[in-house]
Ligand binder design. Sequence first.
Ligand code: ADP
Length: 501
Amino acid sequence: MTVQSADPALYPHALSESTVKTLRRPLFGHVIEGETVPALDGATMPVIDPATGIRTATAAAGTSDDVTAAVRSARTAFDDGRWRLLAPLEKERRLRRLAALLAERADLFGEIDVIDAGLLRGYTTFVVDGAVAGVEYYAGWPTKLHGTIPAVPSEFAVYEMREPIGVIGMIMPWNGPTFVLGFVAAALAAGNAVVLKPAEQTPLSAVLMAELALEAGIPPGVFNVVQGLGETVGAALVTAPEVDAVSFTGSVATGSAIQAAAAARVKRVSLELGGKSAFIVFPDADLEAAATSAAMGVWGASGQVCTAATRVLAHRDIRDEFVSLVLDRSRDLRLGSGFDPATQMGPVVSADQLARVQSYVDIGRAEGAELVLGGERHGDVGFFHQPTVFTGVRNDMRIAREEIFGPVMSVLDFGSEDEAYAIANDSDYGLAAGVWTENLSLAHRASRALRTGTVWVNTYQMVYPTVPYGGVKLSGHGRALGAAALDDLTVPKSVWMKVGS
Ligand code: ADP
């Protein structure tokens, strides 16, 4: 890795003025009680652009002391009611302002995410638009969160309120940094205070988000950010006694460790843990459309999306034709900077991630799968890997079972409908699945048969803020987006009153 310069003026892409100005900041610190601050001990970590290997910025590297300060601030903000007790309409106004501010600065956030995560600029437009939509959607909720009046014997009156949980520790990954603002907005709409720990690979936009929230009128302390490594800062956030619940998106190993650590204080945990999504192509499908979708479904964000279509199940009758259509769409993909409009696939996020992808390609080869495309690192600058396709994959191979989080597609085949479901469901994961068929009854049968949190039929990777997103099995149990997310962010309280004898 070449660490060249932290000066954005030497940065090789033409950036907007606001991005250049932002990158001139000497430090991307924590945001605690409305102030952007360095780590208490002054420690820092470099921020590396995955497309160039260049160090573009410096972030604070926190310790458990910084977590304590951030959590204390959020706890106080929650307890004194500076946000929680604000009138519902006022909460809505401020959240709408937050959405409007994000929309106004879409270029800044889009460019920052390209630099931080190596995503394509077009993809970060989708990420930022998704965040704006998420904040707009949850901005409408404070006036609509209401309780119920249960039926009880006549000498009593009971009402059930829906209260915020308290301080939510949010630990997030690096594959769509600004998208996280929609999740934060959900927690805030429910009246909670948030301490966000972004991934150490992508610390930049979290600072800007918290500053934006302050500008929108979200009071100081209600949305704090603490930077640093997972094993230190993330782990301290999970166990901090004053954090009431943890919302985590990331790997199974980390999610499982977080759930275990949170159990010591019986904390509520919401987990979104990735997948190995089956993309099932039946013989009557529109093969051209399915092939385009499969290619986008795995090369998009270089395969670093939880719902990536990494396990393609093609019916034997159309397998060869389908694979050839996928290869046509994948062979000449242009790899490069996310800022170049001609680029079709960017790098993976880090040197570690590249090494992980390479190790899985070796595993696939050793397992006897047939490598029909790619298989190598691309170039020697940044962290690029060729789009890679294995055919002849069996479902017991590790490349069919484990989440690689890189541009590697495994193609399996099947003969009957039941066999397709059996293969698709024979997975530790259960996040999402794609079904391609023109047969309506088959589409319904498949949607019922697949054990996943989402099924997409003749489309793939659609998200909309009204629609819950999350998994079953090792893909986790929380729901982001939709009204369902608010169930994870509120707690019912029952109030009994004796009104007669
Ligand atoms: P990845 O392998 O994709 O980086 P992780 O699940 O390790 O996925 O990381 C997702 C998020 O979890 C990041 O913000 C990371 O810092 C954090 N994290 C990693 N390890 C821990 C841990 N032991 N406790 C809490 N958070 C962690």
